[in-house]
Design a binder for this molecule. Structure first.
Ligand SMILES: C[S@@+](CC[C@H](N)C(=O)[O-])C[C@H]1O[C@@H](n2cnc3c(N)ncnc32)[C@H](O)[C@@H]1O
Length: 189
């Protein structure tokens, strides 16, 4: 993705309109199934904060995005929630978490940057901490108006995590079409 795509207010506004119907219920159900409720969580790439809206109801969570525009908009309407501007690759934060999650974010990073992100996530997780991430399933990559969409097959996702994490759960699911997405839950080794 071009560094500045979601730093432009018009793109953020358009994204809000595009995702108006998404309520994040399925993702929240998965989250509750895999992540103990007392876990301190960090969301990377929170966007408009639809998933954060659900997760903050039951978890102690810090939201973040590399876009100052998304972060600022959410902060303004939810001053009680901790929000940071963070790049998912470098994750420059001093806190340690029990769980780090993303929902359809890591496909915007290059393969090398996803690897860097996963290593950095391991550094800022407690012992046996969890990650929960979703990906678009498929092969190859596309560039859509400056945004990178990198598709992964299940086996590739396992390989990306297995150096630093033990994969506890991986499955495909339907976002728009049957098996167009992958969810992975892994525990720091
Ligand atoms: C599909 S949206 C996520 C939507 C979110 N799950 C929700 O509940 O609304 C993808 C988000 O990833 C963010 N993003 C893309 N690259 C990023 C990066 N390198 N670091 C942090 N966030 C990034 C974008 O700014 C965008 O907000």
């Amino acid at each position: 993705m071009s560094e500045s795509f979601f730093e432009k207010e018009e793109n953020v506004k358009q994204y809000f309109e595009m995702t108006a119907d998404y309520d994040g219920r399925w993702f929240f159900e998965q989250f509750k199934k895999h992540v103990p409720v007392n876990y301190k969580c960090l969301e990377l790439g929170m966007g408009p904060g639809k998933d954060l809206d659900n997760i903050r109801l039951e978890y102690d969570v810090v939201g973040s995005d590399y876009s100052f525009v998304f972060a600022e908009l959410y902060k303004r309407s939810h001053p009680e929630i901790k929000i940071k501007v963070l790049d998912a690759v470098t994750i420059k934060i001093k806190q340690i978490f029990d769980c780090i999650y993303t929902n359809k974010v890591l496909h915007h990073l290059t393969f090398d940057d996803v690897k860097k992100s996963i290593s950095r996530q391991a550094e800022i997780l407690n012992t046996k901490g969890l990650v929960l991430h979703t990906f678009w399933k498929g092969t190859g990559q596309e560039n859509y108006e400056g945004m990178l969409f990198h598709y992964y097959e299940t086996e590739e996702v396992i390989q990306m995590f297995e150096q630093e994490f033990k994969v506890l759960h991986i499955s495909t699911y339907k976002e728009f079409k049957e098996d167009d997405s992958i969810i992975v839950v892994a525990q720091k080794k």
